[in-house]
Structures are given as structure tokens and as C-alpha cells.
Design a binder for this molecule. Sequence first.
Ligand code: MAN
Length: 569
Amino acid sequence: MERIARPVTTCPMMWAYMNVMLVVSTVLFVQTNDASEILRPRGVSISRASFYVPDKDFTCFDGSSTIPFSHINDDYCDCEDGSDEPGTAACPNGTFHCTNAGHRPVNIPSSRVNDGICDCCDTSDEYASHAICINNCNELGRAARVEAQKLAELRKQGSELKVQLSKRGKQIRQEKQERLNQLEKDKEEAEKIKQEKESLKLAAELLENNALEKYRKVEEEEKEKQQEIEKNADEREAFELFQRLDSNQDNKLQISELQTQQTFDQNRDGGISEEEAKFFLDGHDEMSWEDYLANGWPRMKPLVMLDQGLFVRPTQTPNQGDPVPDADSQTQEATEPIYHPPERSDEDDDDDEEEDEEDQDEEDDDQKQFEPDVDGHERDPHDDDEEELEEGTPAEEPPTTKYDDETQKLIDVASRARSEFEEADRAARDIQREIQQIKDSIEKDYGPEEEFAPLDGECYEYSDSEYIYKLCPFDQATQRSKSGGSDTRLGTWSGWVGPQGDKYLVMLYDKGQSCWNGPQRSTHVRLSCGTENAITSVSEPNRCEYLFEFVTPAICHPGEVAEPPHDEL
Ligand code: MAN
């Protein structure tokens, strides 16, 4: 195959110029003023110079071929890996090495060689093009060295701070461990006290319960009595209506009788149809008193109650215009149904009236005195809210007059025993809660030297045009809109997720608030060395996935600055 050098330009003048250059400057080798410079083909780094030995055949780095040395940089690609053309653009995958003396050497794709753009600060990539390049490696090198110096100083200071963080972190761990040991001991003691207090409480409550037994019986009776009174009152109301409706006095209600009462005009069309009336008669044409009480009254009652003018409930204040019941009838209303089935005699009614009057008086007194609960203890409106009671607030108000002295004493003793048990129980739970918190915290990975431990418990904010972001390391990340509203959780502490070998470079906070129509929010926190702890930027690379940049001394290492290599200066 004929070897035809790949033209780097279509301009005939330039082509001629380049050919001259190829011959005159022996394109094979780097021109240098430095006596210490190793002679090597153009575009080859010092470290690879030994692979290119003049007058010896060259074997491509990938071993694909062996060629005469004169084929190096002849602008014809012989090696698949481009290793025979380090100084030309002949191979598509070649690399050109800029020595950049005075600054940092770089490797650029060989396609950039002589492309008219200055890539190397030493101008070496444009040795045969029209580009006018100026060697500014010394200036760039100087600036880079100043920058590197600053960085080195930052890292030095940062790593000194890191030593302090680490010291503090180890101290925190030790303090936590000591506190945990103490709490474990306290817990044993607290459990013992709690058990003692529980036994005392149970014993006191047993005595209290026994003493309250007789009161409980009274209460049940009172309750039954009350129910009876309510039932009678209801029957009385039912009877009043029955009488009012039963205009032909036949002790039955008929459709026509109901049709006279506007109350039953359910569809408000001005009249009561048969169908409407029948609804209240349970589908029948007429209804006896018993049937009415069981099935008719429950249907009519809600309407009647709404219709305030139809009747006055015995316990209600009469409306203006209603006949005011006299004192006797009021007493009767409160205690006795005014309706009795026809078979009952008037005598019976009178007896019942007396009894019920007495019962009602007792009931009233007892109502004022106590309302024991199921266990016989006084009822306290805050019982369900025990946790929220202030320390020392008695859970139950002792009644003042209800119990005999002996019983009252037992109630007081039991109340005290209950309070003391609750206090002991709360103390034991507080200790357990703290133990759990410390255990959770001790299990967290605060870095190989505990250097991140002092950050736990701290929070850092960052504000952009729209939001205020907050990071509380090892806890959570949040976002709050500047225009108001509550915090949005961007994730809770999950763990370290940096690259292998460098896991402490990235934190993950996940399982945050769900994104509308999207995933739960999550936040990566990328750490870099700094002399303070601070968020330096926040972005949202994907919707509801946040990236915080965070500087901290905790990851600073001294001597890690990438100084420009001096071997080719
Ligand atoms: C809020 C913020 C944004 C987020 C949208 C998603 O406006 O949490 O960061 O992108 O919700 O709907």
C-alpha cells in the first residue's frame, strides 16, 4: 500500500510550508532549549519516551503491528491505538502530549493537533498551522502555583481543625458511652421502684375498690332510675301527641287524623297525602297506642321536635304562647309519664308518683356529689390525657362530701399510690427513651476518626432566590419557601454513599416528602475541604432530587494538593 501522508490542510501554500517543516525540523523530535530535555518524538511524554528508540523498529502499544522507526509521526496511521502518530492528527484515537514547561503538562486528543486552535500553553500542538499561539505557560504556571499554595494552606488549616473535630468526636462518643452505662444502672433502679410502686398501687386499689363497692351499687341503681325517668318522659311526650292526634278519641290513629297535622307534610307541598300519613302509621291505615309507641312515635318524634309549636317537652322551657304548666304538673312531668295504658288505674299512678318524686330528689343529690367511673374511681376529664398532665397535677379530684371517712381515706391512699406509680413509670420510660436515643446515635457512622460527630446536633442554612435550605447533619435536610409555608422534608439521614474508598465524601438523605406525581424527595450532600462547616450551594439536578455542596474541615487531608509536576519545568 502506498504511504500517503494525511494532509492537515487543503491550502497548497500551507502544505508546502508544512513539508518544509517536516524536513527541516525533523518532525520526529521535540525541539528544546533545555539541555536536560530527553529527545523524544513530538507529542510524547517523558514517561513514554523510552518506547520510541531511534533506529529501532517500533511496536505499537497495543501490539497490533511493528513498523520502522521512520514511520513514527509520518502523518500516516499505522497503529490501531494511534501510538505511532503521537505528534500528528493522523490517527483518530491518538493522544498528543503538551509538555507545557513552566505549567502543567496535558494530553489532548491528537485531532486537535494543527487544527488552528491553541490547546497547549506552550503552543506545541499548533507547530504547523496558521494559528498564532503565544506561550503563556509561565504565567499560567505561576497563577496555578499561587492557587495551589492557597489550597495547600486551606487544607493545612482544615486538617488542623479536623484533628480538633476528631478529638471532640471521640470525646462525645466516650461521654455517650459513659452516660449509657449510667442510664443502664438507673434503669434497673427505676424498674425496681416502679415495681414496688405498682404493688403498693394494686394493694391500695384493692382496698379502695372494696370500699367503693357499696357506692357502685348505689350508682347503678341511680343510673337505672335515671333511665326509667327518661323513658317515662319520652312516653309522656308520645302520649301528649297521641292524644292531640286522636281527635275521635278511639284510642287509635287514622290516616285522616294525621292528615290534619301540617307537621307530617314531609314534601312541603301544602298537604299530607295518604302515602305520607301511612309512612307514620308504619304502612297501615290505622295504629293502636302500643303500635304507635313502638313504631309510630319514633318516626314522628324528630319532626315533632322540630316543630316547636306542637308540644313542649317536659324538660324544655315553654315557648312563648305555650300554656305554662303549673307547679304540680311540672313535678309530675319530671318524674312520671302522663300517659298510662288504659288498663292501668288512677290509684296506681298516684303511688308511683310519690315514689318517683322521692327517687328524683335522691337522684339530684347524688348527681351533685359524684360520678364514679367503671372502676369506682372518681371520673376525671383529663384521664385520657394523662401524658399531658403537668407534673404533680392530681389525676383525680377527690370528692368532698360523698364518701364516709374510712372510704375517703382509702381513696386518698390509692390516689397517692397511683400518682407515685405513674411518676415511677414515667421516670423509667424517660430513662428508656434516653437509652434508645444514645444507642441510635452511637450506631451512626461518624467517620473513621469520629470527625463528623460534632456536626450531629448542628444545623446549617443556605438561601437562594426562592428557598431557604437547611441541613442538620445525621438528621435531615429541609426546604422552606421564602414566600411562606412550612418546611418541606428533603430527606432523612440514610448513610454515606461516596465512591468506593471515599465513601465519606457524599451523604444521602432520603425518604423525604413525596413529590407531586413523583418520587419521595432525596438529597445528596457532597463534601469538600473547608475551614468552616457551611453549605456553599444547592441545586436540584432532577425534580425533587437535591444536591447540597457542603464544606467542612472534617474531610481535609494535608498534603493532598495536586501541585503541578515539576519534572518538566
Ligand atoms: C416544590 C419544591 C421544588 C420541587 C417542586 C416539585 O415547589 O419542593 O423543589 O421541584 O415542589 O413539585
